[in-house]
Design a protein. Structure first.
Length: 281
């Protein structure tokens, strides 16, 4: 599933443009072709087809793992889920089998297509974006998200740290890949109870989260377990999908286990629970 760095990469490409296509900011949507109705979470297909045409794309941003198009009257919000992707292509090109929604752009020979092989992705058209995004936790790369802020939030729960970091209402944007990478960098075992992490360790975790996300963005995300194109962060994984390979810190073999029903990768030495001084002083 694409996580914060992958979604941020798509957001920047759509907003800034590239050598292959112009920016979408400022363009108007001429019409929409909803090819699979269940892709649309809100409103009804009939209302969607009525409200969307003619609206201008004023800005494109990201909130957690959501892409947010600010339009003239509404917000178009997309969640890519397991296999979603956004493709800018010539409007006369043959329509691939897994396109679920196509937006035709006014005055341009282009279309924006939502391609989703597994059909888990969802789209909302709403005048009230907080109804979709309001339950998300803080953005981990925002200046307002400090190490102390993270520590205070950790003290409120006894949940294991990995499932907690995957909870989008606790922190927006992290998924399986970047959580494993951050916990290894911070030398914290995935099963550690959150409220037992002391201020020093919380600051290390805060720094690790920001580091792996920024590095992921710098490398245009990871091209693994998804149709996403172009990222190479997978070539720099510390532990994720490196089961049986040596830890880059100590040389011990990376282990894989299940935590909260999610495949989890960690170093048995660097992230050993007994080896960590986790209790508050």
């Amino acid at each position: 599933m694409p996580e914060l760095p992958e979604v941020e990469t798509i957001c920047r490409l759509l907003r800034q443009g590239s050598n292959n296509h112009p920016t979408l900011t400022g363009m108007r949507i001429r019409s929409a072709d909803l090819l699979w109705e269940r892709t649309l979470a809100e409103p009804t297909p009939l209302e969607f087809q009525h409200r969307l045409p003619g609206q201008q794309i004023l800005d494109i941003n990201r909130r957690g793992k959501f892409l947010v198009f600010r339009l003239t009257d509404d917000h178009l919000i997309l969640h890519l889920r397991m296999s979603g992707d956004l493709v800018i292509e010539p409007q006369e090109a043959p329509i691939p089998a897994h396109h679920r929604l196509i937006l035709y752009l006014q005055g341009e020979p282009l279309r924006l297509a939502f391609n989703d092989t597994r059909k888990f992705g969802r789209v909302w058209l709403t005048a009230h974006p907080n109804q979709v995004l309001g339950r998300l936790g803080p953005e981990p790369l925002e200046p307002s998200f400090t190490a102390d802020h993270l520590y205070q939030r950790l003290q409120r729960t006894r949940r294991q740290i990995k499932p907690l970091l995957l909870d989008q209402s606790f922190l927006a944007g992290l998924g399986n890949i970047y959580t494993d990478e951050a916990l290894h960098l911070a030398k914290i075992h995935p099963l550690t109870p959150a409220n037992l992490i002391n201020p020093e360790r919380a600051e290390q975790l805060w720094s690790a989260i920001r580091h792996v996300l920024q590095e992921g963005i710098r490398r245009n995300g990871a091209s693994i377990d998804w149709v996403y194109r172009g990222g190479d962060f997978q070539n720099y994984f510390r532990v994720y999908q490196r089961t049986g390979q040596p830890c880059p810190e100590c040389g011990a073999l990376i282990e894989r286990t299940l935590v909260g029903q999610r495949g989890t990768h960690c170093c048995p030495v660097c992230q050993s629970l007994p080896a960590l001084n986790l209790r508050k002083e």
